[in-house]
Design a protein around this ligand. Structure first.
Ligand SMILES: Cc1cc2nc3c(=O)[nH]c(=O)nc-3n(C[C@H](O)[C@H](O)[C@H](O)COP(=O)(O)OP(=O)(O)OC[C@H]3O[C@@H](n4cnc5c(N)ncnc54)[C@H](O)[C@@H]3O)c2cc1C
Length: 442
């Protein structure tokens, strides 16, 4: 066990704290199977690579079609383009549209994952590219608010998170209750023993991020089209796909990053392995002049509560303070599922706020969304080849925590497609996806 003091970091004085070089640790410590996948991803090298790939895609036939322009498909298309491939990216309704899992307002980017080091790495490795994308956009995509996760007791998840961050050299502030109360007085800390403050992490503007990335992809020579792909028939070979309008589109390789629609596109192999669940999020307006909920004072946060997690975000860009219960909701069909918020869910988060953010408990609800998690059986991603078609890669099962990992997932999948990574991480394999839900990754 590591004592908090051994691994305690000074709370940063915000702006004056410079970014640690360890942000670039990823290039030294990539998983062996991913090493080949990892192109250098600093802002500078990205620009240089983009120039090279721009000239490489001018000629020749289409190499790869990526179906699905959510966060996973868009980053996959981007990394394939950077590697010199001629890429077509398709989406039935548009990048990060209203029903897509990536279509929400905001997503937390944290590295705390208990013992699940692979996600700590992915999240950390992705930060550089999120910052780069944020710099490309007129409005911020990454808000470096930090993230605070807090716990009723020093449970194994806490120890495991500390150990993983120590091992990887990623900063993690461990705060006891008095320190939390001093720094974040807008939260009621009853029953909390300790928390983590994750510097340099923060909040991603989800819809804006994906739409900006697709613009960048097109500007760099990628092709984007709005088209719905009909589920492929189990033919002997796979060299083209068909749109709902009857057009046949051919390429050498295909990526299906269809999020919660994957079970519909591949009903035989994924119908019982990806479970879309209905998730409700709410935004509450603080009182005029109550600045405690602005991003300068409130980071992204999650009340871990023995795995029954509530989470939220500050009042970003005037949308209101976001609060949601992370508990998996009822099954939902992403096409036709009812997206009207339920009175029960609103009552649930108001009850939570009474306990934790009493100043918000009776404030007006200004916005709500019903989205879906596309869960695997245990919360691990699906990043694997199709069992029948070697040239088809299946990408999805973000399981309610996928967004932040978009850049790393895209790099990993591009390497699979390019054949520079031939080894599937067992946790991402199709084989590991069971038909029974037993959530394990938080
Ligand atoms: C309420 C909520 C809160 C979340 N909070 C967080 C968070 O704080 N942090 C975090 O990291 N993650 C979070 N997530 C998870 C994250 O948003 C998802 O894991 C991620 O967005 C999934 O992206 P995707 O690209 O796999 O799927 P999607 O974004 O759904 O993209 C799939 C795309 O495929 C397209 N498509 C499907 N079928 C076809 C077809 N046949 N032809 C053409 N196109 C097709 C769809 O139109 C869609 O645009 C949250 C999710 C939800 C719902």
């Amino acid at each position: 066990m590591i004592a908090a003091a051994e691994y305690e970091y000074r709370i940063p004085n915000n702006e004056n704290d410079s970014m640690p070089n360890s942000l670039h640790f990823s290039r030294r410590t990539l998983l062996a199977g991913m090493a080949a996948a990892a192109g250098a991803s600093t802002v500078k090298s990205m620009a240089a690579e983009r120039e090279q790939s721009g000239s490489a895609v001018q000629s020749g036939r289409r190499d790869v079609i990526v179906v699905g322009a959510g966060v996973f498909g868009a980053w996959t298309a981007w990394h394939l383009l950077k590697s010199g491939r001629k890429v077509l990216l398709l989406d039935a309704w548009g990048p990060a549209h209203a029903r897509a899992s990536s279509g929400g307002e905001s997503r937390i980017s944290r590295t705390v994952y208990g013992r699940d080091e692979i996600y700590t790495r992915f999240a950390w490795e992705s930060l550089d590219e999120w910052r780069w994308l944020s710099g490309r956009s007129g409005l911020p995509i990454f808000h470096p608010t930090g993230v605070v996760f807090f716990f009723g007791r020093r449970e194994p998840y806490v120890e495991q998170s500390i150990e993983v961050h120590r091992r990887l050299g990623i900063p993690l502030d461990v705060l006891d209750r008095p320190a939390l109360a001093k720094r974040f007085p807008q939260i009621a800390w009853d029953g909390v023993e300790l928390g983590f403050f994750e510097r340099y992490r923060g909040i991603l503007m989800a819809r804006r991020a994906v739409q900006t990335l697709v613009q960048e992809f097109v500007a760099a020579g990628g092709e984007y089209r709005q088209a719905a792909i009909v589920p492929p028939k189990p033919d002997a070979s796979f060299d083209s796909i068909r749109t709902a309008a009857g057009e046949s589109l051919s390429a050498s390789r295909f990526v299906f990053a269809c999020g919660p629609w994957l079970p519909k596109v591949f009903p035989q192999i994924l119908g019982q392995r990806i479970f879309p669940t209905r998730q409700e999020v709410f935004f509450f307006a603080p009182e005029a002049g109550d600045n405690r909920f602005l991003p300068a004072h409130l980071p992204g946060w999650a009340d871990f509560n023995d795995g029954d997690i509530y989470y939220g975000m500050p009042d970003l860009e005037g949308r209101g303070v976001k609060v949601a219960h992370d508990l998996h909701g009822a099954p939902i069909d992403p096409d036709v599922g009812d997206r009207t918020p339920s009175p029960q869910a609103i009552a649930d988060v108001r009850e939570f706020m009474k306990r934790r953010m009493p100043a918000l408990a009776n404030r007006p609800l200004v916005e709500s969304r019903v989205c879906q998690y596309e869960n695997s059986s245990n919360g691990d991603f699906l990043l694997d080849r199709h069992p029948q078609w070697e040239n088809v890669v299946l990408v999805g099962a973000g399981s309610g925590h996928g967004f932040k990992h978009g850049p790393a997932v895209g790099r990993y999948v591009a390497a699979l497609v390019n054949g520079t990574n031939k080894t599937i991480e067992p946790r991402f394999s199709l084989q590991s996806k069971a038909a029974q839900q037993r959530r394990d990754v938080h």
